[in-house]
Design a protein around this ligand. Structure first.
Ligand code: NAD
Length: 271
């Protein structure tokens, strides 16, 4: 029998961290080697099983990054941009692959991530839910087939605690539509409208953001034409989708050469 894959989870006591711990403990092909939180977090020293409402498993949440990463075959990071960049340095030092789920990176931070991927296998995705990645593919296909006669608008909703907008997933849907239309998203994106906006410019890709309650993540891409509209929607009702997709990416990433990978690679959606 093959040995289970040892995983370190960064951001252990966060919403995603707990979901990842739960999914790892339920997966007999994975072993939770380490769970890391930032200094001062109330979960440090708590058994990870207890943290997610299960029986104790003998692994406690800890703070030092380097030893946690050294004892793991792969790292799964759902923290915050600064924490992810610190984790990248530690992963490069130990040659450990990393799955990045954190969103909200600046363009400069994205360049640092691309540099790191020249030295270690690195998977980054705005959304690890497998359904979302299938929807991204559908959006690209719809945009390419419907073409410039259809206006593209993207609506997303998330819980009241989310700190970045539009969501990384909404931006990924924008990129998918832009790719299908051979358009540049950066120069055509409109992030909300107010007041005397004037008529809609045809090449625009619009975003609207809703925040509130406990919404896990809803995204709809609208293709608005004359006399018909196409809507491609994904609704997440549990974080387990993201966790299971990220763990699938982690298992896929181990043994790959250094490089920048996405869920398209993990799910063979590149054709
Ligand atoms: P959260 O705030 O509940 O959890 C983040 C955790 O990271 C917190 O517990 C925080 O203490 C911890 N953290 C911060 N700095 C740290 C450090 N230096 N070392 C270790 N831990 C540290 O947030 P969340 O809802 O779990 O989301 C986390 C990130 O993942 C966000 O960027 C979010 O947008 C993203 N996210 C991505 C996906 C995806 O599929 N890619 C899905 C959900 C959330």
């Amino acid at each position: 029998m093959t040995q289970p894959l040892s995983v370190a989870i960064l951001g252990a006591s966060g919403r995603m961290g707990r979901s990842l711990i739960d999914a790892t403990l339920c997966n007999d092909r994975l072993r939770l080697a380490a769970a890391v939180e930032r200094a001062g977090n109330a979960s440090i020293g708590v058994d990870v099983g207890v943290l997610v409402g299960q029986a104790a498993v003998g692994v406690v949440v800890s703070e030092p990054l380097a030893p946690a990463i050294r004892q793991s075959s792969v790292v799964v990071d759902f923290t915050a941009p600064g924490a992810t960049l610190a984790a990248l340095e530690a992963c490069i030092s130990s040659g450990t692959p990393i799955v990045i789920g954190t969103t909200g990176f600046t363009p400069d931070q994205k360049l640092l991530i691309a540099e790191a991927a020249k030295r270690i296998p690195l998977c980054i995705a705005a959304n690890y839910a497998i359904g979302v990645n299938v929807a991204l593919k559908l959006v690209e296909l719809a945009a390419r087939t419907l073409g410039a006669d259809y206006d593209v608008e993207i609506v997303e909703a998330h819980h009241r605690h989310k700190v970045d907008a539009p969501s990384g997933t909404a931006l990924a849907f924008g990129e998918a539509a832009a790719a299908g239309l051979d358009r540049d998203l950066l120069s055509n994106a409109v992030y909300g409208r107010e007041g005397q906006t004037g008529a809609r410019k045809r090449e625009t890709i619009g975003f609207a953001t809703v925040r509130g309650g406990d919404v896990v993540g809803d995204h709809t891409v609208l293709f608005l034409g004359e006399g018909e509209r196409v809507e491609i929607s994904h609704r997440a009702t549990t974080r387990a989708n993201f966790a299971n997709g990220a763990l699938r990416a982690a298992a896929w990433l181990v043994g790959k050469p250094a490089g920048l990978y996405s869920m398209r690679d993990v799910l063979s959606l590149n054709d």
